[in-house]
Design a protein around this ligand. Structure first.
Ligand code: NAP
Length: 276
């Protein structure tokens, strides 16, 4: 599996998402993904499946050194002491002695960004996580974290798929050498029934969903974490690693509406905030 190295850590370009698989249901699904060859698993305290993910890892027999495990702290746990307790709880549930990437799941209006990022960095410095990152920060927030605070951010996770542009964000992150992880890469399943993607899939002998995953994987500095409970979809998404799109395919996808954001909780930041 191809990797992207950031802050000295190699991240497999295709990972496995685990949102909306709470509790023990996640264990056989993650075991299946690991058996098929996924080596990058994305979970979060909020998904309520860290224990199941940990059990799947233990049952898989895959050497820990071959795995890349991400988990995340929820936005009401960002005060440094609280964050440390949340981290310890995640690690205990996962049954691991470290994670590979620990991320802020969503920013909070109340957080002291400097103190929160210092607390994350302290976890990295003592080896409890190999890297730190943020999810769902808008561009001014990321600039502040990287340039004013100087946090060693290895990865930024954002909603990104054929129906949502991340152009300015990608340009900024590339200028700083930070890869973007595309979450909801299938627009939470909608990509599978899109007529444009389906037509491209027919031309390539694959599915609409595989075209969506391949479109992201074909972009430099982008990591992709589709979730699939069904084994055939897990396998199909892995096979998208072998799909190569041409300029005409990219033009067809570029013509799709690019303003469709499907993950819109009330606590989301202002995505249109001006970048000063
Ligand atoms: N940081 C954040 O705030 C954040 C937010 C959202 C998501 N995430 C992460 O990103 C991951 C992916 O996002 P997501 O789960 O929201 O949505 P997604 O990966 O875009 O879509 C998942 C849906 O697509 C279906 N699917 C998967 N592969 C398919 C295929 N080859 N053909 C047809 N259908 C397919 C799945 O069906 P089945 O499951 O029935 O197979 C599921 O219904 C999450 O699981 C999570 O780890 C992070």
């Amino acid at each position: 599996m191809e990797t992207i190295t950031t802050q000295g850590v190699a991240i497999p370009r295709l990972g496995f998402g685990t949102f909306r698989m709470p509790g023990a249901d996640a264990q056989p699904v993650v075991e299946s993904a690991l058996a098929l060859g996924y080596r990058h698993i994305d979970t979060a305290a909020m998904y309520e499946n860290e224990a199941a993910v940990g059990a799947a890892i233990a049952a898989s027999g895959v050497d820990r050194s071959e795995l890349f495990v991400t988990t995340k702290v929820w936005h009401d746990q960002l005060a440094p002491d609280t964050l440390r307790r949340a981290f310890d709880s995640s690690l205990r549930k996962l049954g691991l002695d470290h994670v590979d990437l620990y991320m802020i799941h969503w920013p909070s209006k109340e957080m002291d960004m400097g103190a929160t990022l210092d607390a994350l960095t302290a976890l990295r410095d003592c080896g409890l996580t190999r890297a730190i990152g943020v999810c769902n920060f808008n561009l001014p927030m990321i600039r502040h974290a990287v340039e004013a605070i100087g946090a060693p951010i290895a990865n930024v996770q954002l909603e990104y798929h054929p129906f949502l542009s991340q152009g300015p964000m990608l340009a900024y992150l590339r200028s700083k050498g930070i890869p973007l992880t595309a979450y909801a890469p299938l627009a939470q399943g909608r990509a599978a029934s899109d007529p444009t993607l389906a037509a491209l899939g027919r031309a390539h002998g694959c599915s609409a969903a595989q075209i969506a995953v391949a479109w992201l994987l074909n972009q430099p500095d982008v990591i992709v974490i589709p979730k699939a409970a069904r084994r055939e979809s897990q396998r199909a998404n892995l096979e998208a690693l072998g799909v190569r799109l041409g300029d005409d395919d990219r033009a067809a996808i570029a013509a799709l509406p690019k303003n469709q954001r499907f993950v819109r909780p009330p606590f989301a930041p202002d995505w249109d905030a001006a970048d000063s």
